[in-house]
Unconditional design. Structure first.
Length: 256
């Protein structure tokens, strides 16, 4: 391995790229598909104010337990590997292993509590176990000399025991989660036709008389709602609103 070669964890790998895509691109795709196109997404974005576009991602995570869980696992492992490559592994080199193991569990437990609070106990437990297992894989890589402390470069050392093999398995699992599973789940969530926020039934008046309409809620205004009229394809103000039991705003891509 060349001395100039940098650690993938340090310079950014699939996990970093996919995370950026999920945070920035997927919410825009969610808007465009759910509302009917790019023009509709732009109109809705202006109505809800661009500064609130992260609400789309948050809504997707609250509505999709699998997406929230996989994203939490990928963020937990990617952040840990990144800071280890930045020098964290060298800092922990002389730290007692028990202390290191306890430190590594804090973030997985935090994510588990958040996911579990919104999606249930077992989703939280799964996030905690998988996140911690992948973090342990990073620890083993540095402790067994598979990666250089301080640079994060792989040493090219062949696995000689079950710990090294387990670390390799964890690394492959992390790569698959970040590079394949997460983008697929995020894309499916973006084009499933479900609203990222509440769908409400309101009284609206667009100049043709008052009528009842289903709206994707974009914001609150006074005693009413600013929303996207699913049938009328426009931003409207709604009054006397009630939450609809059906959160579908459009058919999924695979049924269109």
């Amino acid at each position: 391995m060349s001395d100039k070669e940098r650690s993938e964890d340090l310079k950014g790998g699939p996990g970093h790229i996919v995370l950026l895509a999920v945070v920035f691109a997927v919410p825009v795709l969610k808007l465009a598909w759910t509302l009917g196109g790019g023009g509709e997404a732009s109109e809705a974005l202006v109505a809800m104010e661009p500064s609130n576009w992260p609400d789309v991602l948050i809504g997707m995570l609250l509505n999709n337990a699998l997406l929230a869980s996989v994203l939490a696992v990928v963020v937990s492992r990617t952040s840990y590997a990144y800071f280890a490559a930045k020098g964290g592994a060298r800092v922990h080199a002389d730290t007692p292993i028990t202390h290191l193991l306890v430190q590594a569990v804090i973030v997985p437990l935090t994510f588990a509590l958040v996911v579990g609070a919104f999606h249930g106990l077992w989703w939280g437990v799964a996030v905690a176990l998988v996140s911690y297992a992948l973090r342990l894989g990073v620890i083993v890589e540095y402790r067994t000399g598979r990666r250089e402390r301080g640079s994060g470069r792989r040493t090219g050392t062949s696995p000689s025991g079950w710990l090294e093999h387990a670390a390799d398995t964890a690394g492959v699992a992390a790569l698959l989660l970040a590079g394949a599973v997460l983008p697929v789940i995020a894309l499916i969530g973006a084009v499933d036709g479900r609203s990222w926020t509440s769908v409400v039934e309101c009284d609206v008046n667009t100049g043709r008389g008052e009528e009842r309409a289903r709206l994707v809620e974009l914001g609150r205004q006074g005693n009413g709602v600013v929303g996207w009229d699913i049938e009328g394809d426009e931003v409207v103000n709604g009054l006397n609103c009630g939450v609809s039991e059906d959160d579908a705003a459009r058919v999924p891509l695979w049924r269109s």
